[in-house]
Ligand binder design. Structure first.
Ligand code: DLL
Length: 449
């Protein structure tokens, strides 16, 4: 039974919020709050992190001379390399003993990125994740099946703490053991699924194979993020799982999941929580600020983090911002769906393309399932790109002719939709690896330089 107290708090128009005063704060007031917090975090970073003191001094900027939010543009960026160079604890602004949790992102080369949280940071993270979940249409009393990986990755524990803070029943499933997860979702009556979108697709396939129809159960909402995905995959997941699929964004360096989320009312862009973060868009080449509405690289400054304040962190994620009013009544600006990371962009015979654009083009094509991998090889001085897709179960394993003709149709479609000409190989049903967390979309086989 759901009582009104178990749901979020309403405003006059009947929308459901976790912190209505903050979520619907007039933008002018929000900006005043941001400025107050920005000044404080810049002073905190300058006073306690030698790296920031050096970089601010080097750029000739001072937190003491801040007159308005616009002055932030003069401050230097922080990058992943700064985190690596200060590995493991060099960017922390508080004594190590006051940290109550560490997380790390694996990274493909070299040392991982280490992030840390004070008790206050963890409380804010749980609160923002709870707020995000309410925006997504989750309420206290929901059964949250959490299939984000637990461990050093921020997805599992970040989602866990938020759901618990909201008052949900959390099932800490983590990644893997997919048959068992399907059985648990069905037996426990999960109402909310949290996972990467690629793992949600894997769960949907395994449910089909095991004869479990999750659409007939109480499952209602999916919170999907941690990797780029397309609106096409959203429609597929919504249809196959009988849910509303919500995009959630975050990154370890800034906090973890819950930095921004779509509201279930509009599902049109992700509200970035501006009372805790300041969002900018820059030209990824020149670093110059771009106007609201223009596409570019997302840069985030944390406004309340104690342990690891991040000043103008270059996320490498490509998106746009909009401050147009949203029908849910939230005033916090929205990030458009993240197309990909600037470092994941492929150049296929001179055409720039992100893996998520390939996914968007593939979803719904007849004869294939939405699993794919892009293989990049070196052939002489040139890069050779092959797209591997997988035929659906209706194509017999031995039917090479059918696979060839499907591959040709996919190649033609990609050429006409994205202008990309690449070789396409159609694999047999079930042949491409299935995701258990973040999907590996690009297999780069070029020799490492
Ligand atoms: O992936 C945090 C997270 C966990 C977000 C669960 C959402 C749900 P990292 O492992 O540090 O943290 O990876 C962060 O993943 O810079 C983006 O490139 C990508 N990413 C995260 N969410 C999205 C999304 C977590 N909704 C990196 N759409 C980010 C596209 C996303 N890319």
């Amino acid at each position: 039974m759901t009582t009104p107290a178990m749901r979020g708090r309403y405003n006059a128009r009947g929308h459901d919020y976790f912190s209505p005063d903050v979520e619907t704060m007039p933008r002018k007031q929000l900006q005043r709050l941001q400025f107050e917090r920005l000044r404080r975090v810049l002073l905190h970073a300058y006073a306690n992190v030698p790296h920031y003191r050096r970089s601010f001094d080097g750029a000739g900027v001072s937190p003491f001379a801040m007159r308005g939010l616009g002055d932030l543009h003069r401050f230097p960026f922080t990058s992943k390399a700064d985190l690596r160079d200060n590995y493991p604890f060099g960017l922390f602004a508080v004594p190590r003993e006051t940290l109550i949790r560490l997380h790390a992102s694996s990274g493909t080369t070299g040392k991982p990125i280490v992030v840390g949280y004070t008790a206050g940071d963890l409380a804010n993270w749980a609160l923002l994740m709870a707020r995000s979940m309410v925006a997504a249409g989750v309420h206290a009393g929901d059964i949250v099946h959490n299939a984000y990986g637990y461990g050093l990755f921020t997805g599992g524990l970040g989602t866990h703490d938020g759901a618990q803070r909201l008052g949900c029943t959390v099932v800490p499933a983590s990644g893997g053991g997919t048959e068992r997860q399907v059985a648990l979702m069905s037996d426990f009556g999960a109402t909310v699924l949290c996972s990467t979108p690629s793992y949600a697709l894997n769960l949907a396939e395994v449910a089909d194979r095991s004869g479990v129809d999750l659409r007939r159960g109480p499952l209602r909402v999916g919170l999907f993020g941690a990797e780029p995905w397309s609106d096409g995959l959203r429609r597929t997941l919504e249809a196959r799982l009988g849910i509303r699929a919500i995009d959630v964004y975050g990154l370890s360096e800034i906090m973890g999941p819950g930095v921004a989320i779509e509201c279930h009312e509009a599902q049109a862009g992700l509200h970035g929580w501006e009372d805790h973060f300041l969002f900018e868009i820059i030209d990824p080449e020149s670093g110059e600020p771009r106007e609201i509405g223009e596409t570019g690289e997302l840069v985030i400054t944390t406004l309340t983090k104690e342990a690891l304040p991040m000043i103008r962190y270059r996320t490498r994620d490509i998106t746009q911002l909009t401050d147009e009013p949203c029908r849910c009544g939230r005033t916090h600006l929205r990030l458009r769906r993240i197309t990909g990371r600037s470092d994941d962009m492929l150049i296929v015979r001179g055409v720039n393309v992100y893996p998520s654009q390939i996914e968007a083009a593939l979803v719904g094509l007849p004869g294939i399932v939405p699993h794919y991998q892009v293989v990049v090889e070196r052939s002489g001085a040139l890069d050779r790109v092959t797209l591997e897709v997988e035929v659906d179960a209706s194509v017999a394993a031995g039917d090479d002719a059918a696979r060839r003709s499907i591959a040709a149709a996919v190649a033609h479609h990609l050429k006409s939709l994205l202008g990309v000409s690449c070789e396409v190989t159609a694999k047999r049903s079930g042949e491409l690896p299935r995701s258990e967390g973040k999907a590996v979309r690009v297999r780069d086989l070029r020799p490492k330089s």
